[in-house]
Design a protein around this ligand. Structure first.
Ligand SMILES: [Ca+2]
Ligand SMILES: [Ca+2]
Ligand SMILES: [Ca+2]
Length: 353
């Protein structure tokens, strides 16, 4: 009897959720449930090891392990006609240290629809994150800070899929930290700058340029991109070219990054919209604070499509052998009616890309 209990405990330790707040859908979730609303469909659990799913070209592969949640209105995978599915968390308690949720998602199909993360509380519902339409291939990772609201003691999170005419969505590995805010610090002095909180790793250059970049909230009327990268509804860094003269520059620079013996990897999203709107460059100052050591590693000019694009730049170890800076510089072109923006800058200071 005792052995039986011990075995159950060991089994539970090994195979149930070992991390508090982490749900990989390999075992029944204790934290997340299908919401039973009228007119709502359910997220379905799929396992890749079932033969019926294995050969289906339409199904995404689990990014990590065997099971994930899947929702589709079309084809063999769906067999439902309802257009929306809502996954809801257990009841959560507001922490004065903040909370953070991350998960992997995949949106497939040309008219896939909208996937949203919302906070539901007594006084109403807040939209925290949103993705719409076809996404690039593969699973994507997102990390979202849950805003602290001292007037809200309890709340729930929901992940809501509203499908379009043709597409599917999938979810896996939801990590919910109820007692810590999202950290934007990475190993060895690396960082993430998403412009959603006070930026501490980078700043506007004060000397040697002509004006400053500004942090703006995504709106459809503000002249910048209508969405940001972090959440779709957050903030980005914008180069306001209106009223500026051709050739004027604004630089945004890091605060001094620790040396790395293996180089580093910088990635970011950029948005350049308009003809001849200007130029954007990324430089490394191989001696922190010394502009004379600047070397341009990446550059791009106007005539872009007006979509967010991803860029990745390797910083070779020859340039990171002492404390260094990275610097984004925007230069105004002959047409100052377009826009240039940056979001989700990630510096991994442990090796090249
Ligand atoms: Ca999984
Ligand atoms: Ca400046
Ligand atoms: Ca952002």
């Amino acid at each position: 009897m005792r052995t039986g209990i011990t075995l159950i405990i060991i089994f539970k330790t090994l195979f149930s959720k070992s991390d508090a707040g982490f749900t990989d859908f390999e075992t029944p979730s204790k934290d997340w449930f299908n919401a039973l609303f009228r007119n709502a469909a359910s997220w379905k659990l799929h396992r890749n090891d079932k033969p019926s799913w294995k050969n289906s070209p339409t199904l995404p592969l689990d990014h990590n392990r065997g099971s994930f949640l899947f929702f589709s209105t079309s084809g063999s995978a769906g067999a439902v006609n309802k257009k929306s599915a809502i996954l809801e968390s257990k009841i959560l308690r507001t922490s004065n240290r903040g909370s953070c949720v991350s998960f992997w998602y995949r949106i497939s199909g040309r008219h896939a629809g909208v996937l949203e993360l919302k906070k539901v509380k007594r006084s109403g519902t807040d939209l925290l994150w949103k993705r719409e339409g076809e996404q690039m291939e593969g699973w994507k990772y997102v990390k979202v800070a849950i805003p602290i609201n001292p007037n809200t003691k309890y709340y729930q999170l929901i992940i809501e899929a509203n499908l379009g005419s043709d597409g599917s969505m999938a979810l896996d590995d939801i990590d919910l930290d109820e007692n810590h805010s999202c950290t934007n610090s990475l190993e060895n002095g690396g960082f993430v700058v998403d412009f959603e909180n006070k930026v501490t790793s980078m700043k506007n250059k004060v000397y040697g340029d002509h004006f400053d970049w500004v942090i703006e909230k995504a709106t459809s009327s503000g002249g910048g991109p209508p969405t940001d990268v972090t959440s779709g509804i957050g903030h980005y860094l914008l180069l306001k070219t209106y009223g500026k003269r051709t050739g004027q520059k604004a630089s945004y620079v890091s605060n001094g990054i620790s040396r790395s013996d293996n180089g580093a990897c910088l990635s970011f999203y950029y948005f350049i919209n308009g003809q001849r709107v200007g130029k954007m460059t990324v430089s490394i100052l191989s001696k922190s604070g010394w502009v004379s050591t600047a070397k341009i590693l990446w550059s791009n000019t106007g005539n872009q499509s007006g979509n967010w694009k991803f860029a990745k730049v390797s910083l070779p170890k020859t340039l990171t052998s002492q404390s260094y800076d990275i610097m984004f510089t925007g230069t105004v072109g002959t047409d100052n009616s377009g826009s240039v923006a940056i979001d989700d800058i990630t510096l991994k200071n442990t090796g090249v890309c």
